[in-house]
Design a protein around this ligand. Structure first.
Ligand SMILES: Cc1cc2nc3c(=O)[nH]c(=O)nc-3n(C[C@H](O)[C@H](O)[C@H](O)COP(=O)(O)OP(=O)(O)OC[C@H]3O[C@@H](n4cnc5c(N)ncnc54)[C@H](O)[C@@H]3O)c2cc1C
Length: 415
């Protein structure tokens, strides 16, 4: 059926980055359409990941496409310093507590605060986009053909609504994806990360304006300063390591664990890791985050077999989750929407739109997932002897992980 744009009803499940970007794309592409966003959370979405690194070129593309604001507060970055524990810094600076600096990698990324990015994106939604909070979609059913082609959603309050096009932007445990591909779920990568924030101004002796990584046996720390709400800077850190399953319970089924719900055993494991593996200054910086504010995220990944089926489309983590090492998930979510907008401007046939969207975005999702899996294997599951690296060897080792032959690289693919 060829959808008549003026009459189109677009539903969006999920109101985070992918959901707001998808709703924005729909509202721009079809100015007469009704656009309804269903977000299960009732309050403001604030804490979906504290810091976000975005590659300079990917950021500029998304500004150009009208999804990001060029003036979004950022900590500017150009380099990533790689450290490991051996007591003496590589540049002869003595034991600074930072460990040995293995290499300063050119790294064209800025660091952003997730909350700033989200609010800026959501602020772009025109008033006619109906954003419904506290609206959890419990099931989705495809309506395959005829005048009623599309999908219907059932909300937790029992109401049912039909849409000509449904965007699944409901994250890695997507109900839209479940309706499209029952049983296709993320795989546990075999490790998790602890995350936290502290006041960067209170930390002594850390390098400024840089991304940092500290490698250790079966894991690494990623840290960088991000702009806080009050003009200060936060120290944003993510510590990856495998944890014995007897401490975590079964993580094979995708789950999320909010701050305050992390078990003492898993926090104690982190503490022993800090003592055993990290140079003193980095361990001290992490310990500035109160234990009750540390949260964990088990690491999952997967790519859906297709990004569209009938009139249902997947955006963001609902379609493909990449391990965070590629620093590409937020970018990919907005790129999915930007691509949808571009395609929609060339066709009003919703079936054709869905097919073309799938062709454009499913390969990108699969590629970023593959790249991040490769980085995770090298930097968590099969770590090298970090301290033994010379600069040139390290650059070669790292370079081999950071790019796929099709041009997919850390930070994502070109839009
Ligand atoms: C440790 C870590 C570090 C990261 N660092 C970076 C980085 O540096 N750069 C980068 O680009 N990306 C990064 N990412 C990835 C990025 O955070 C995600 O890819 C991105 O947030 C996905 O956005 P999304 O909107 O697709 O999904 P989500 O943020 O998961 O949003 C899904 C939304 O759907 C809602 N929802 C779910 N189910 C329902 C339902 N049934 N009904 C209604 N609403 C529902 C949820 O409440 C939520 O608001 C990182 C991720 C992690 C874990």
């Amino acid at each position: 059926m060829v959808g008549t744009v003026g009459a189109v009803r677009v539903g969006v499940v999920g109101g985070s980055i992918a959901g707001c970007a998808g709703a924005l794309a729909a509202a721009r592409a079809a100015p007469e359409a009704t656009v309804v966003v269903f977000e299960r959370s009732g309050g403001e979405l604030r804490d979906r990941g504290a810091g976000i690194g975005i590659q300079h070129e990917r950021f500029a593309e998304l500004v150009e496409a009208g999804f990001l604001d060029a003036s979004l507060p950022a900590t500017p970055g150009h380099s990533r310093d790689w450290f490991t524990r051996d007591g003496v810094s590589a540049d002869g600076g003595g034991d600074s507590g930072l460990g040995k600096r293995i290499w300063r990698q050119p790294f064209p990324f800025n660091a952003y605060n997730w909350g700033h990015l989200y609010r800026s994106l959501r602020g772009r939604l025109p008033g006619r986009v109906e954003f419904r909070g506290d609206a959890r979609v419990v099931s989705v059913a495809a309506c395959e053909s005829g005048a009623g082609a599309g999908a219907s959603v059932t909300v937790a309050d029992g109401s049912v609504e039909h849409f000509d096009l449904l965007l699944g932007a409901d994250g890695y445990r997507s109900v839209v994806r479940e309706a499209m591909f029952p049983g296709v779920v993320p795989d546990y990568a075999g490790y998790l990360c602890w995350r936290g924030l502290s006041d960067f101004g209170e930390l002594k002796g850390l390098p400024q304006d840089s991304f940092f990584t500290v490698g250790f046996n079966h894991g690494h720390l990623v840290a960088y300063p991000i702009p806080a709400d009050d003009g200060r800077r936060h120290f944003n850190w993510v510590l990856y390591s495998a944890v014995p399953p007897e401490l975590t319970g079964n993580l094979n089924t995708a789950t999320s664990i909010p701050p305050g719900a992390v078990s003492h055993a898993v926090l104690d494991f982190m503490d022993s890791l800090l003592t055993r593996e990290l140079p003193a200054a980095w361990a001290a910086a992490i310990r500035k985050t109160a234990r009750e504010n540390v949260f964990i995220q088990p690491i999952y990944d997967f790519a859906a077999p297709a990004f569209a089926k009938s009139r249902m489309l997947l955006l963001g983590d609902a379609g493909a989750v990449s391990r965070p090492h590629a620093a590409a998930g937020t970018v990919k979510a907005m790129q999915d929407a930007a691509s949808l907008l571009d395609l929609w401007r060339t066709t009003t046939d919703l079936d054709e739109l869905a097919a073309r969207y799938d062709a454009a975005r499913a390969p990108a999702g699969a590629a970023v997932t593959a790249l991040a899996r490769r980085i995770g294997a090298a930097q968590v599951l099969e770590t090298p002897d970090w301290a033994a690296f010379g600069e040139a060897e390290f650059a070669t080792w790292l370079g081999a992980q950071m790019q796929l032959p099709d041009g997919t690289e850390m930070g994502g693919r070109r839009l």
